[in-house]
Ligand binder design. Structure first.
Ligand code: 5AD
Ligand code: SF4
Length: 441
């Protein structure tokens, strides 16, 4: 039986919300007296913050658990957190005897107490979905990266037929206005220059009659906050107000991640995506009218059950129609308990591989074209981290591209550059002025 831990390590898989949750669990554990160790170092407690969205992601958690046994046969205390924990509950502990704690995404505030239970011989499980309880238990934010995540909304009521999120994250729920604004202030004080508002359906956020656009407007008034982004949006929840905000709020970055999943209306219907290709394209048009040059990114699934070559051709067509600045594409993965998992017409893996390749190639053409069109442009970069070469730093453009540059600037600096070259996945910039603002030391 593992004894009371003094050190911990949290390993997050999957989406940005897991990264955010991981940060907040870490702050909670530090407040209870545990010390974090660097990645790769041995610790007394390991929290695996897992992802269940595709089968491969879920399997990663279990293969990681096996590797946690030490050469002398001992092992750390192991907490299975995240969406695999939520989906599998007690089954997880039956599958691996090494799992001491199973804690779902809405029960993280109970982690310190569960750790204490294990030290007393327990094997606690909490996969309740009580909503906002965890947020009020977390300590205030004290550390923030130059670009910091802030969860404002969790869960999903959309029930796309392929997706586990409504089951693993629960019903759509919005954090209250005052809590979000207070956390934004804390993050800025802790060094954030950019805040990325997170939610599985972030544009469904509301507090009373105020929607995400009102929240963004309020955050734009926070001194020291230079940039605002939000992700992920559902096409059906893109309100006129939110689209208009892109043209009216300078701090709102010209980037919109709007997953379409397929370019075939027949498949969109089978996916239960409450939008059509037409309504999606109209939304993109409006976003471009509000903010010319806005970068559009998206998500795609290839090989959804019943997808024909014709359906897939329609997906390639929508890629051309939108001319994505970036896009993520995935092979359909049947998830237990979802309606699509038992649909007729499951697609062979070889066909999925081949379609994924063609889709990647098509997306890459537009991505490179988008980046190339910005060569010669003057813009401002938020420095995020060191590059591989000496003196090289990496930051982000307003359009989300990674920009490599030679500069003495440090993470958190904003710096004016000219974009001088473009690759498919990043750009290079030349500094025009020294840092124009610096994080207070
Ligand atoms: N199989 C493959 N991809 C999926 N996604 C969600 N569920 C599945 C699944 N079962 C993709 C969607 C979503 C992104 C986060 O993951 O494209 O937008
Ligand atoms: Fe999953 Fe669809 Fe909800 Fe997105 S909108 S989280 S894809 S169910």
């Amino acid at each position: 039986m593992p004894s009371a831990p003094k050190t911990f390590h949290i390993k997050s898989f999957g989406c940005q919300m897991n990264v955010y949750d991981g940060e907040r669990m870490a702050e909670l554990l530090v407040d209870t007296g545990l010390a974090p160790v660097a990645p790769g170092e041995d610790s007394d407690l390991v929290v695996l913050n897992t992802c269940h969205i595709r089968e491969k992601a879920a399997e990663k958690a279990y293969s990681d658990i096996g590797r946690l046994r030490r050469d002398d046969g001992s092992r750390p205390m192991i907490a299975l957190a995240g969406c695999v924990a939520q989906a599998e509950g007690a089954e997880a502990q039956a599958r691996s005897k090494m799992i001491d704690i199973v804690v779902g995404p809405q029960a993280y505030h109970r982690l310190p107490e569960m750790v204490a239970q294990v030290a007393r011989g327990g094997r606690p499980i909490d996969t309740d979905l009580p909503g906002l309880a965890k947020f009020s238990a977390f300590p205030n934010r004290r550390r923030a990266a130059p670009s910091a995540f802030l969860t404002v909304q969790e869960g999903c009521d959309k029930f796309c037929t392929y997706c586990v999120v409504p089951y693993t994250r629960g019903a759509e729920i919005s954090r209250p206005w005052t809590d979000v604004v207070a956390e934004a202030h804390d993050l800025v004080e802790a060094g954030a220059r950019e805040i990325v508002l997170l939610g599985q359906n972030v544009n469904a956020w509301s507090d009373g009659d105020r929607g995400l656009d009102a929240l963004i407007r309020a955050l734009a008034d926070v001194d020291g906050l230079e940039r605002i982004r939000y992700t992920t949006s559902h096409p059906a929840d893109m309100t006129e107000g939110l689209i208009a905000a892109h043209g009216e709020i300078d701090k709102l970055m010209p980037y919109l991640h709007l997953p379409v999943q397929s370019g075939s209306d027949r498949i969109l219907k089978a996916m239960n995506r409450s939008h059509s290709t037409d309504s999606y394209l109209r939304t993109i048009e409006k976003a471009r009218a509000a903010r010319p040059g806005i970068a559009i990114s998206g998500d795609f699934i290839v090989g959804f059950p019943g997808e024909t070559e014709q359906d897939f051709a329609a997906t390639l067509n929508i890629v051309d129609a939108v001319q994505y600045a970036a896009a993520y594409s995935f092979k359909y993965s049947a998830r237990p308990g979802t309606p699509a998992a038992v649909m007729d017409g499951q697609i062979a893996p070889e066909i999925m591989d081949e379609r994924l390749r063609r889709l990647h190639d098509r997306i890459a053409v537009h991505q490179l074209a988008f980046n190339r069109a910005l060569v010669g442009q003057d813009t401002r970069i938020l420095i995020e981290r060191k590059g591989r070469q000496l003196g090289q730093m990496i930051g982000r453009s307003p359009w989300m591209q990674s920009v490599h540059l030679e500069t003495s600037a440090v993470p958190g600096d904003m710096i004016d550059v000219t974009l001088i070259s473009a690759g498919p996945n990043s750009m290079a910039g030349a500094v025009r002025t020294e840092p124009i603002s610096r994080v207070a030391a």
